[in-house]
Design a protein around this ligand. Structure first.
Ligand code: FES
Length: 127
């Protein structure tokens, strides 16, 4: 599974929204640092967070167990199973928010905004 990722802090800086149809096209054209935008492969036995770490990235996390939302990501395109026994309310799940410490995308090409812990609605859940 290949993940195309984008840092939420970049959206803030550029005035982009997670809901922008052309979000990843804009990101691709913006000559962002590899840390903020790019692609990597997630292996079968990895969570999304582990995959990012194993490819050399420092994505945010704290508990690694579905209890804090520090590791939250927004799935823009593709599927990632919503975790069981987690802290996220249903409306966040419906908006595509997932916890990267608990699961990984299941669709071949998935677009993910990471670092969404500061997004409205997620931030309020942070412990
Ligand atoms: Fe706490 Fe994922 S690191 S929910």
């Amino acid at each position: 599974v290949t993940v195309e990722y984008l840092n939420y802090e970049v959206l803030d800086d550029y005035g982009w929204e997670v809901a922008d149809d052309d979000l990843f096209e804009k990101a691709g054209r913006a000559e962002l640092d590899y840390e903020d935008y790019g692609k990597f492969v997630v292996k079968n036995n990895e969570t999304l967070l582990e995959a990012a770490e194993n490819r050399g990235f420092a994505w945010p996390f704290a508990c690694r167990g579905g209890a804090c939302t520090n590791c939250a990501v927004a799935i823009v395109d593709g599927e990632m199973p919503p975790p069981v026994g987690h802290i996220l309310p249903d409306e966040m799940i419906e908006k595509g928010i997932r916890l990267s410490c608990l699961a990984a995308p299941v669709t071949e090409h998935t677009q993910v905004v990471y670092n969404v812990k500061h997004m409205p609605g997620v931030e309020e859940l942070l412990l």
